[in-house]
Design a protein around this ligand. Sequence first.
Ligand code: NAP
Length: 310
Amino acid sequence: MPVNVLFASLSERWEQYQTPLLEAFSAAGVEADLRDAFPPEQVDYIVYAPNSSVQDFTPYTRCKAVLSLWAGVEAVVDNETLKVPLTRMVDQGLSDGMREWVCGHVLRHHLGMDAHIHGQDGQWRLGAPALAKDRRVVIFGFGVLGQACGEALCDLGFQVYGWSNSQKSHDRIGCFSGAEGFRQSLAHADIAVLLLPWTPDTESLFDANAFAAMPEGAVILNPGRGGLINDTDLIAALDSGHLAHATLDVFRVEPLPADDPFWTHPKVTVTPHIASETRASSAAEVIAENIRRAEAGEPLLFLVDRTKGY
Ligand code: NAP
């Protein structure tokens, strides 16, 4: 008997995912009937994007698990109609993309590339940039993506630190946790990379107090979630000159409205939530493996802890 798998996402994603999912099911030995529409009471698993039309899970009476295509699950984690396990996306393509975006933007600021890209004024100025070994980068949210980025930055020679909920250890990266660890992390952050999930505990974590605790001239990169930052406080910290720049990929409202002050602020770079994207071929393997596991009675990978919110 095949399992019925509903693909609940935008229609353009269906075209992108249908073949990779069917191939991955076949490779994993999962017999599945995959469709983008089913009578709800016939659905066994939902492959899910939180921006799909499925917002009420009540009619999906025999659904065994919801498998998110997104790493960030803040839009679904509090859904009270969802009573079955929820998994989030951990995908090699997502990690690769994030690593490249973070390394690129760290290097931009570290090397002061803007001065040469925008400042070709005929003046021959001496002065080489600092070396990476003399620059401290702190990754706030030292999870799957944070660790991938941190390790790549270590390979480039940066002094890297990671801050997380639970205390971690790493042979090349200094690890902090908890409230005291947060203060220490801020003090080390010549460049701060925000890769935390957006939860009640991380809402506006980066506010005036946090910015004041960062070194003068610090730079913020936010590919995590817009809600991590108090936007008003960020603009004030940039205007005062305490922070040198913010490169923001994610926002409280997306798409970022055309009249948002971030678009025109001289010390802000906006990228349109493109730091990283789930890639169909690798993500399909993760989905197929989780359905295989569920059918075999094995624990699911990347289960969301709904009490923690991520
Ligand atoms: P993850 O593996 O769950 O890592 C999250 C990290 O944050 C973990 O280290 C966790 O600590 C830490 N954390 C959570 N709450 C915390 C708190 N209150 N205090 C301190 N540390 C806390 O998630 P991921 O896969 O790396 O993804 C991270 C986030 O990136 C996602 O939630 C999403 O918002 C964002 N994202 C953005 C894009 C984009 O294109 N811009 C793409 C993908 C993902 P523990 O390790 O101790 O649990």
